[in-house]
Design a protein around this ligand. Structure first.
Ligand SMILES: [Zn+2]
Length: 254
């Protein structure tokens, strides 16, 4: 495959793709689209590993923030161990992070933050990049990462304000932009404000599509087009720069 695009955050393990996963990933291969699958629950992590049979899929394993807020200590550390055991099969750790949209309880939020720190510690130890969720907790996520992370950080579908995005960029973090950029003013503003060297592409499939329909990684070229339009550069220039950025975060071939 001639690599042209990378979707740095998708959930192709989800059941919604059971009928046509093969077809979608084959079409991606033909178009030069490599997919980094992310997951964050014990079952999803095991299902995600099975996707390694596709030549154009790489994976990140993680523990989703809604899970970290609810898991028992034994469950949490068991899954953290599972991730470490599979370190040679993965290109990063994710989906991990903080979610204050679904988790409102202060004690649970505190637990979420403590466990996020444990996860960052593991990423540092394994020297693997972090693929991070930060819904309604953008400030806290960036504060913890800028203190603790010594590995590349990807903030996925970031929805914080432009000022905070710029601060994140100054810390060397990357921002992955989904196809919902075509309908999200906030994401357009973020792309406008960030240097293109800090931008990556994702789909968060099956979520965050250009419409409310099921999203899939074949929409990545659309994201590149929109970024090029906002940055007022050639589409090919945007594509090449973003591919280069991906190479600065993930070791995709070894
Ligand atoms: Zn996701």
């Amino acid at each position: 495959m001639k690599l042209k695009y990378v979707d740095v955050h998708a959930h192709m393990n989800e059941d919604i793709f059971n009928k046509d996963r093969d077809k979608i990933l084959k079409e991606c291969e033909n178009k030069g689209i490599l997919v980094i699958n992310c997951s964050g629950e014990p079952k999803a992590n095991r299902d995600s590993l099975k996707l390694l049979k596709y030549p154009n899929v790489r994976i990140c394993l993680g523990i989703y923030p809604i899970q970290t807020a609810e898991m028992k200590d034994s469950e949490f550390f068991k899954e953290l161990n599972f991730i470490e055991e599979n370190k040679d099969k993965i290109v990063g750790i994710g989906e991990v992070g903080l979610d204050f949209y679904w988790i409102k309880d202060e004690t649970k939020r505190y637990l979420q933050m403590e466990r996020f720190k444990e996860i960052i510690w593991l990423a540092n130890k394994l020297r693997l990049p972090l693929n991070v969720h930060s819904r309604d907790a953008e400030k806290q996520t960036i504060a913890i990462l800028s203190k603790m992370a010594h590995v590349p950080v990807v903030l996925h579908a970031f929805n914080g304000d432009v000022k905070l995005a710029k601060f994140g960029a100054s810390q060397g973090f990357y921002f992955s932009i989904p196809p919902s950029i075509v309908r999200s003013k906030r994401k357009q503003e973020i792309v406008k404000a960030l240097p293109i060297e800090r931008i990556l592409t994702e789909t968060d499939s099956p979520y965050l599509g250009p419409t409310r329909e099921r999203n899939d990684p074949r929409n990545i070229p659309l994201v590149i087009e929109k970024i090029a339009e906002i940055k007022q550069i050639e589409i090919e220039e945007a594509r090449k720069q973003i591919l280069k950025n991906v190479g600065n975060v993930f070791l995709l071939f070894n």
